[in-house]
Design a protein around this ligand. Structure first.
Ligand code: ACO
Length: 323
C-alpha cells in the first residue's frame, strides 16, 4: 500500500477579452497566416484593465473546489505557479487563500516560468506523500500580457492570459501503475541557458521589463528536452508510450507539441491541444488544458496522462498521472 496524490477536481478561468491574430495586423508587420503557420495560435485572451492574476486564480480555484465537492477549509495548502504575481509580495497564493475564504493551512507561490505547474505538481505530491498535507490546490495563473513588448512581433503574438487549478487529495493506492494519482515526476534545470528566454526587468533593474526570446534556440531545446523528460517520467512510472491515453503538453507552439509527441511515439489523436484558442499562457497552460479537456469529455477517470513543460532558465519536467 502507498499514498497517492489523486486529482479530485479541476477548474479554469479565461479573461473575457479575446484578441484574434488579425488585431495585431494594424500595429505590426505580421499576419494571421504567419502566426497560425509558425505557432498554431488563432487567438488568445488578455486580462482587462485592473484584472489581476489572483482574480483569475481565485475563480479557477473555486471551480476546482466545486468540481471536487469540497470547501476551501478542506484544503491544507494552496500553491500558485506564476511568474506574473500581483505584487513582489505578499505571494499571490496568500491573496488567493483569502479570496476563497480559506482560513487555515498554508499558501505559497512557486516560480518555474512555463514549467511552473509541473514543478508545483511535484511539490504538492511530495507534501502529500510525506504526510505534510492531505488536500492541496495547485494553480497555474498568469497575466503574461504585462510582460509583452508590443513592438516585438516575434514574441507578443505568442502569449495569452488565464488560470487553471487542480485539486489533489491523498488516497491509498496499491503501489502499482494501475493506481489513480501521480505515478512519477521528473524535474530538470540548466541555468546556463538564461540568455535564450528571460524578462529584462525585475528588482535589480527598477522596471518590470519585457519578455525576450531567441525563438529558434528555445524551439530546439524544447523538442529535445520535452521528449527526454517524457521518456524518463514514463520509465519511472513503469509505463510505455502505448499505455498513454492523453498527452497534455505545455501549450507553447503547435509545432513543438507535434514534434515532441512524434518523438515519444504517442498517436497524434491522443494529444490535448488548446494553444490555438489560448496562446501560450505559461504556467497556466497545462491546468487550463486539463480542465478544458475534462469539460469536453476527453479526459475520463482512470485515463493515463503525461504532462510535460519547459520554460525560461531553462527548467523542464514531466509528470505521469492516472486521472
Ligand atoms: N510575423 C511575421 N514575421 C515574423 C513574426 C511575426 N509575428 N515574428 C518573426 N517574424 C519573422 C522574423 O523576423 C524572421 O524574419 P527574417 O527572416 O527577415 O529575419 C522570420 O519571421 C522567421 O523567423 P524565425 O524566428 O526563423 O521563425 P521561426 O520559424 O523560428 O518561428 C517562433 C518563430 C514562432 C518564435 C518559433 O521559433 C518558436 O515557436 N519558438 C519557440 C518559442 C516558444 O514557444 N516560446 C515560448 C516560451 S518558452 C516555452 O513556453 C516553451
Amino acid at each position: 500500500m502507498t499514498i497517492r496524490a489523486v486529482v479530485k477536481g479541476v477548474g479554469h478561468f479565461l479573461p473575457e477579452r479575446v484578441v484574434k491574430n488579425s488585431e495585431f495586423e494594424a500595429s505590426l508587420n505580421t499576419s494571421d497566416e504567419w502566426i497560425q503557420a509558425r505557432s498554431g495560435i488563432k487567438q488568445r485572451h488578455f486580462v482587462c484593465e485592473g484584472e489581476k492574476t489572483s482574480d483569475m486564480a481565485i475563480i479557477a480555484a473555486q471551480a476546482a473546489l466545486a468540481d471536487a465537492g469540497l470547501e476551501a477549509n478542506d484544503l491544507d495548502a494552496v500553491i500558485v505557479a506564476t511568474s506574473t504575481g500581483d505584487l513582489i509580495f505578499p505571494s499571490t497564493a496568500t491573496i488567493v487563500q483569502a479570496g476563497i475564504n480559506m482560513t487555515k493551512g498554508f499558501a505559497y507561490d512557486l516560480q518555474a516560468v512555463c514549467a511552473g505547474f509541473v514543478f508545483a505538481l511535484s511539490t504538492a505530491n511530495a507534501q502529500i506523500l510525506s504526510g505534510q498535507a492531505k488536500c492541496v490546490m495547485v494553480i497555474g495563473a498568469e497575466s503574461f500580457s504585462h510582460l509583452l513588448d508590443w513592438e516585438d512581433r516575434s514574441t507578443c503574438v505568442l502569449f495569452g492570459d488565464g488560470a487553471g487549478a487542480v485539486l489533489l487529495q491523498a488516497e491509498q493506492g496499491e503501489g502499482t501503475s494501475n493506481d489513480r494519482g501521480i505515478l512519477s515526476v521528473d524535474l530538470n534545470s540548466d541555468g546556463r541557458h538564461k540568455e535564450i528566454l528571460y524578462v529584462d526587468g525585475g528588482v535589480s533593474t527598477g522596471k518590470t521589463g519585457y519578455l525576450r526570446m531567441q525563438g529558434k534556440e528555445v524551439f530546439r531545446h524544447a523538442v529535445e528536452k520535452l521528449a527526454q523528460t517524457a521518456e524518463v517520467a514514463m520509465e519511472k512510472a513503469g509505463v510505455s508510450a502505448e499505455d498513454i491515453d492523453w498527452v497534455v503538453p505545455h501549450q507553447a507552439n503547435i509545432r513543438i507539441i507535434n514534434s515532441t509527441t512524434k518523438k515519444i511515439g504517442v498517436a497524434p489523436e491522443k494529444v490535448v491541444k488548446t494553444v490555438e484558442e489560448h496562446g501560450n499562457t505559461s504556467a497556466a497552460s497545462i491546468p487550463l488544458a486539463l480542465s478544458v479537456a475534462k469539460a469536453k469529455g476527453q479526459i475520463k477517470e482512470n485515463d493515463l496522462i503525461i504532462t510535460e513543460a519547459i520554460g525560461g532558465g531553462l527548467v523542464w519536467g514531466g509528470v505521469v498521472l492516472r486521472w
